[in-house]
Design a protein around this ligand. Structure first.
Ligand SMILES: *Cc1c(COP(=O)(O)O)cnc(C)c1O
Length: 301
């Protein structure tokens, strides 16, 4: 590991495993634990650190001076990348989906303040960028420029995700995670023991393509995983009163903050499936808190 990354890793807080105490869970005789990757770092949060670690190591070791990636105006990935780039002394360029709005989001303002060059790209051009899936795949890269696909989702990302599995020191039956690109899920699928099932929850609508994307990232095909497509609440970053009420209730009961784009949808799904008795009694479920809380801030006008 590159010494600058080791230095950065030393500043991270532990991602603890906590049991959720909740009468509903007792009623259905299941245990729910949260793996709190949101606690790792206030900015380089959750799965974004896990996914970036080995890509950044590769970039640093290959002498890159500039990191280029893509994301939306609230992107947790670009937010983490801009900050990390600044810490590591690397230039960063963010290709941002859509037209520049009159008022930048808090996430974009942070990225800009940390020195990221923001380049807005049309929605159709943005979609085309998704085809470049490895660090050297973006056309017209010049020497020293390193490309990170959307969400940092390349094979190198899986190794860092595997490390979170190694931190889990209790036995468990099911591991649940929210899916955007599916790279985190792929990393977990690769790393869990054979008797553990993985359940992904798609944060976007019509996400059937995720199965192929996850398979493409996997080192070897495995049969221990599935992706539930039912809890997207109308589409990526869409919410409704029911989801927001669930999130507020959960936060009040547990004092654990969620955000509506990924973690609240995933946990809504977990609770719903528990109540539909889709989990056997005595099952121990671990849900990964992937962080992302920065994206929750409202735009200041
Ligand atoms: C990015 C993100 C995800 C999705 O991760 P993928 O690896 O793209 O599937 C889930 N949760 C949060 C909080 C995220 O920021």
């Amino acid at each position: 590991m590159h010494p600058e990354l080791l230095k950065l890793e030393k500043t991270l807080s532990p991602s603890i495993l906590t049991k959720v105490n909740d009468a509903v869970l007792d009623k259905y005789q299941v245990e729910l634990w949260l793996k709190r990757d949101d606690l790792l770092h206030p900015i380089i949060s959750g799965n974004k650190w896990r996914k970036l670690k080995y890509s950044l190591n590769h970039a640093l070791n290959s002498g890159a001076h500039t990191l280029i990636s893509m994301g939306g105006a609230y992107s947790n990935h670009l937010h983490a990348l801009a900050y990390t780039g600044k810490l590591l002394g690397l230039k960063t360029i963010g290709l941002i989906r859509g037209e520049p709005a009159a008022t930048l989001t808090p996430s974009l303002l942070d990225m800009q303040a940390w020195g990221m060059e923001l380049r807005f790209v049309s929605r159709s051009d943005y979609r085309l960028l998704r085809q470049y899936k490895q660090w050297d795949a973006l056309p017209d890269l010049t020497a020293g420029q390193y490309w990170l696909p959307e969400g940092g989702a390349q094979t190198l990302a899986l190794q860092g995700v595997a490390e979170l599995v190694q931190e889990i020191d209790i036995s468990y039956d099911t591991l649940c995670v929210a899916c955007g690109t599916g790279a985190t899920l792929a990393g977990l699928v690769n790393a869990v023991p054979d008797n553990v099932s993985l359940l992904g929850f798609a944060a976007l609508k019509n996400a059937g393509f995720l199965m192929a994307d996850v398979n493409a990232l996997l080192a070897r095909p495995r049969a221990n995983w599935a992706i539930n497509l039912d809890y997207h609440f109308g589409g990526f970053a869409k919410t409704n009163a029911e989801l927001l009420a669930f999130m507020a209730d959960f936060e009040a009961r547990t004092q654990i903050p969620l955000e509506p784009v990924y973690t609240a949808k995933m946990l809504y799904g977990v609770y719903d499936l528990i109540q539909k008795q889709m989990f056997q009694p005595k099952q121990r479920i671990i849900a990964l808190h992937t962080g992302g809380l920065q994206g929750k801030r409202p735009i200041k006008r």
